[in-house]
Design a protein around this ligand. Structure first.
Ligand code: F6R
Length: 245
């Protein structure tokens, strides 16, 4: 795993965006699976700037959703795919029809999970995953414990994940108790992965991710033995004992 340490804010966002842009230039038809949330927001806005400055061609880019709250449709203010379309796909000119989605409002959500897996496999698997780090070590919504074989599925959201989600929208809409997530098996199969971590509240879990036992109890720790993984963390999240490049 390659480790990159930056200053918080601008340097973190620019570094993440230029890394992703470089990977996309190497593979213009990549299937990208981007996390949503607080951490990658600045990175995505820099990526959009690069596209607007004609420094990133996204005409062949394909995007698959990483996760979604159960029962939440795209028009719902809580929707993660809604957020992804607004912040990334639309500004990058990726057609909504071209995205691979988790249908969280289907009568049988497990069937949507199977359809998603099939679509991702048919597309050739994930080329680039951009993953945030949950305070409990989750990636996507693969809550602990999630082993390497955990498939795309409906999960119970932990209290910690629900607390994080509560900060994602204004108003009094309840935080869903369940979500659909791309499985560990698909995520660990990504050809390249960028894990993004910022803020002092991630320091403890980043230490366990990098230095603790590799275990389903910290799903992100399973990325350590994967080739093609880069972890970008800012100074505030960086655990005191680790090395950087
Ligand atoms: C969201 C997702 C989650 C977040 C993680 C970190 O699509 O998959 O795993 O990436 O909870 O969230 P932030 O960045 O808001 O701290």
């Amino acid at each position: 795993m390659e480790l990159i340490r930056t200053q918080p804010g601008e340097e973190f966002a620019r570094t993440g965006a230029s890394l992703i842009a470089q990977w996309l230039r190497d593979r213009p038809d990549a299937l990208l699976v981007p996390a949503i949330g607080r951490t990658p927001t600045g990175i995505y806005s820099h990526l959009v700037d690069l596209h607007r400055a004609s420094m990133l061609d996204t005409r062949r880019l394909r995007v698959a959703q990483l996760d979604e709250y159960l029962g939440v449709g795209v028009e719902d203010p809580r929707s993660l795919i809604g957020w992804l379309l607004r912040d990334l796909c639309d500004p990058l000119g990726v057609e909504p029809e071209g995205t691979i989605r988790l249908d969280a409002t289907a009568d049988d959500p497990s069937k949507s999970c199977r359809a998603y897996e099939d679509a991702v496999k048919e597309a050739g698997g994930i080329d680039i995953a951009i993953l945030g780090l949950g305070r409990n070590g989750h990636i996507g919504f693969n809550e602990p414990p999630s082993g390497p074989d955990a498939r795309t599925r409906v999960v119970d959201l932990s209290l910690s994940s629900r607390r994080t989600s509560r900060g994602y929208w204004t108003g009094s809409l309840p935080v869903p108790s369940h979500a659909l997530t791309a499985g560990m098996d698909l995520l660990l199969g990504a050809r390249r992965t960028l894990v993004v971590v910022s803020g002092a509240d991630k320091k403890a879990i980043l230490r366990r991710t990098l230095h603790g036992p590799q275990s389903p109890d910290v799903p992100a720790s399973l990325l350590r033995s994967n080739p093609g993984v880069t972890l970008l963390a800012d100074e505030q999240a960086w655990p005191d004992t680790s090395t950087s490049r």
